[in-house]
Design a protein around this ligand. Structure first.
Ligand code: COA
Length: 365
C-alpha cells in the first residue's frame, strides 16, 4: 500500500515485511523551487560541442566521385564537412557533454536525466547514454538513447522538457552525437557530398520563470516515407540457411533526395507553425530560426515563408554539412559562443529527416 503527500511517500512492502520511507527528491525540489506556482519551464543553461578535426572538402570529394565543388555548393550549400576518423560516437558525445556542463557551470552529479540522440551508435546495447553516464561520472540516473534521425535533438528536447515540467527531473543533459561517415557510401555522389560528423549538447534546468525557457514543443512522424531515407540495422534473414550472405553496402544510408525535399516543403512549416501557435508567438517575434542543416535551399524556403531576412536563419552547413541530429545543437553552441544569443530573444529550432520525422520548439532566452 502507498500513501503519498507532497513531501513523503511511505511504501509498505508486504514481501519483506519491511517499511521503506523514501523522500521523493524531485517532487520535493519542485515544491521547494516553486512554492504554489505551477509553472515550470526548462531553461537552456549551457551548450557545448565536439567537432572532429579532419576536414573533408569538396575538392577532395571531386577526386572520389564524379562531382564538382560548383555543383555541390549550388545544390546544397556545403563546402566542407568534418570526419571523425577512428572515433567512437560516445567519444564525441563525451566531449560535447563535458563542454556543455562546463558552460552551465554544473557537475555531472547534478544531472537527473541523460538523453542521447544518435542514429549512429557504436553499439545497439549498451546504449550510448549509458556509456556516457559512466564516462561522465554521473549518478545512476535515467540514461536513454533517442533514434529520431535529424529530428533527434528536437525530440530529445521535447522529452527533457516533459520531464522537467512534470517535476520528474530538475536538470537534464541532451547530447546529439553522430558519426555519419560510418553509414555513408563514398561511391554514391548523391549522399556522400551531404553528410559530416559532430556532436553537441544542451543542459536544461527547471525554472519558475515563465518568460524564459522552452515555450512549446511539437514532434511528429510520417512513417509512410520511410524508404526515402533508409539504412538497415540488422539483416532480415533465415538464421538456419546454409549461406548467410553479407551485403557490405547494407549499412549505408540510401536517400531519395527529391522526395525528401518535397516532404520538408510541408513538414517544416507545419512543425514551426504548430510550435509558434502553441507558444502564442507570432512570426515577427522570432529573433532566430535554428534549423537542421539539411540543404541551403530548404533553409531559404523557411526564411521566405516567415518573411525573415536570410540572416535570421542560422547557417553553418557550409562548414559542417548535414550532421543529422547534431546539427541544431552545434548551431546553438556556435551562436552562444559567438555572442549571437542574447537574453530576451525568441528562438525557433526545427529538425526533420529520416522516419520521416519532424518537429520544432520555441525557446526564450
Ligand atoms: N554531383 C554532380 N551531379 C550529381 C550529384 C553530385 N554530387 N548528385 C546527383 N547528381 C546528379 C544526378 O545524378 C542527376 O543527374 P541526371 O539528371 O543525369 O540523372 C542530377 O544531378 C539531378 O539529380 P537530383 O537528385 O534531381 O538533384 P537535386 O537537385 O534533387 O539535388 C540533392 C540532389 C541530394 C542535393 C537534393 O535532392 C537534396 O538536398 N535533397 C535533400 C537531402 C536531405 O536534406 N537529406 C537529409 C534530410 S535530413
Amino acid at each position: 500500500m502507498t500513501f503519498s503527500c507532497p513531501f513523503i511517500i511511505i511504501v509498505k512492502d508486504y514481501f519483506v515485511n519491511q517499511t521503506i520511507v523514501a523522500f521523493p527528491r524531485f517532487l520535493g525540489e519542485r515544491f521547494e523551487l516553486l512554492g504554489s506556482v505551477e509553472i515550470i519551464n526548462s531553461q537552456l543553461i549551457g551548450t557545448g560541442s565536439c567537432i572532429p578535426d579532419f576536414v573533408l572538402t569538396n575538392a577532395m570529394l571531386e577526386t572520389m566521385v564524379d562531382t564538382s565543388d560548383e555543383w555541390i555548393v549550388k545544390r546544397t550549400g556545403v563546402r566542407e564537412r568534418r570526419i571523425a576518423k577512428n572515433t567512437h560516437t560516445w567519444e564525441l558525445a563525451l566531449g560535447a557533454a563535458q563542454n556543455a556542463l562546463a558552460d552551465a557551470g554544473i557537475s555531472a552529479e547534478e544531472l537527473d536525466l541523460i538523453l542521447v540522440s544518435t542514429c549512429t551508435p557504436d553499439t545497439n546495447t549498451p546504449n550510448t547514454a549509458s556509456v556516457l553516464q559512466d564516462k561522465l561520472g554521473a549518478r545512476q540516473v535515467g540514461a536513454v538513447d533517442i533514434n529520431n534521425a535529424c529530428a533527434g535533438f528536437v525530440s530529445a528536447t521535447d522529452i527533457a522538457d516533459s520531464f522537467i515540467k512534470a517535476g520528474k527531473a530538475k536538470t537534464v543533459l541532451v547530447v546529439s552525437a553522430e558519426t555519419l561517415h560510418r553509414i555513408t557510401d563514398y561511391t554514391d555522389r548523391s549522399t556522400c557530398i551531404l553528410f559530416g560528423d559532430g556532436a553537441a549538447a544542451a543542459v536544461y534546468r527547471a525554472t519558475g520563470n515563465e518568460n524564459v525557457g522552452i515555450q512549446s514543443t511539437f514532434i511528429a512522424a510520417d512513417g509512410s516515407g520511410a524508404e526515402y531515407l533508409y539504412m538497415e540495422a540488422l539483416p532480415v534473414e533465415d538464421p538456419f540457411a546454409a549461406e548467410r550472405p553479407v551485403d557490405p553496402k547494407a549499412r549505408f544510408l540510401k536517400m531519395q533526395g527529391a522526395a525528401v525535399v518535397r516532404f520538408t516543403a510541408h513538414a517544416v512549416p507545419l512543425a514551426i507553425d504548430t510550435a509558434l501557435q502553441r507558444a502564442g508567438v507570432s512570426a515577427d517575434e522570432i529573433d532566430w530560426v535554428v534549423p537542421h542543416q539539411a540543404n541551403l535551399r530548404i533553409l531559404d524556403v523557411i526564411a521566405k515563408r516567415y518573411h525573415l531576412p536570410k540572416e535570421k536563419v542560422y547557417v553553418n552547413m557550409d562548414r559542417y554539412g548535414n550532421t543529422s541530429s547534431a546539427s541544431v545543437p552545434i548551431c546553438l553552441d556556435e551562436m552562444r559562443k559567438n555572442g549571437l544569443l542574447q537574453a530576451g530573444q525568441t528562438i525557433v529550432c526545427t529538425g526533420f529527416g529520416g522516419g520521416l520525422t519532424y518537429g520544432a520548439f520555441v525557446l526564450k532566452l
